[in-house]
Design a protein around this ligand. Structure first.
Ligand code: GAR
Length: 198
């Protein structure tokens, strides 16, 4: 059984797609051991609690400095003993120590076709604003492993989505979620779980 921890910051629709995938068995051999948010008011925490999944918040604001936050965050992750850490809309920079400790065991969903519209400053709605500004006709989403860079890790899955006339960033964001993110993130977890041996 692949033990996963899902890290979130906001609405948690990708977390919901994972929860649903485990329930309807499109994700097999996987258990969600816990959900960690950096933001106490993230709706994602409520989604986890509704399913009886252990959910907790580790907020950078509650610590003296970044190192203390990083240590506390890593310690909460360690307690859940994950085989895989899934960043599902998690907007905090992953501590170096954690990348080293969990190398090739952290994955992230990004709402564009990497290497377009990614890297520092490209997150959430901003990604779609920039895609619309540039006038691309195709965008999409990417699941990739997390390494030391921002959105530079090895690509696992990508899915393209059409940009349509009259799209706003919000409309495009929703289409990218529905047609790409909520499909490829569960799919990537299922594929990793299928190859996972204890
Ligand atoms: C998703 O679109 C995800 O791809 C994006 O944040 C959103 C979170 O939504 N992540 C990034 O931009 C990471 N660079 P959710 O909380 O509803 O899953």
């Amino acid at each position: 059984m692949l033990n996963i921890v899902v890290c979130v910051s906001g609405g948690g629709t990708n977390l919901q797609a994972i929860i649903d995938g485990v329930k309807n068995r499109t994700i097999q051999n996987t258990k969600i051991a816990g959900v960690i948010s950096n933001n106490v008011s993230a709706y994602a925490l409520k989604r986890a609690e509704a399913e009886g999944i252990p959910a907790l918040c580790v907020s950078p604001g509650k610590f003296e400095n970044r190192d203390e936050f990083n240590d506390a965050f890593l310690s909460e992750i360690d307690k859940l003993n994950p085989d895989l850490i899934v960043l599902a809309g998690f907007l905090v920079i992953i501590p170096q120590k954690m990348i080293e400790k969990y190398r090739d065991r952290i994955i992230n969903i990004h709402p564009s076709l990497i290497p377009s519209f990614c890297g520092t400053g490209f997150y959430g709605l901003k990604v779609h604003e920039e895609a619309l500004k540039r006038g691309v006709k195709i965008t999409g989403a990417t699941v990739h492993y997390v390494d030391e860079g921002t959105d530079t890790g090895r690509i696992i899955l990508q899915k393209a989505v059409e940009v349509l006339e009259g799209d706003t960033p919000q409309i495009l964001q929703r289409r990218v979620m529905e047609q790409a993110e909520w499909i490829i993130l569960p799919q990537a977890i299922n594929e990793i779980a299928a190859g996972y041996r204890e």
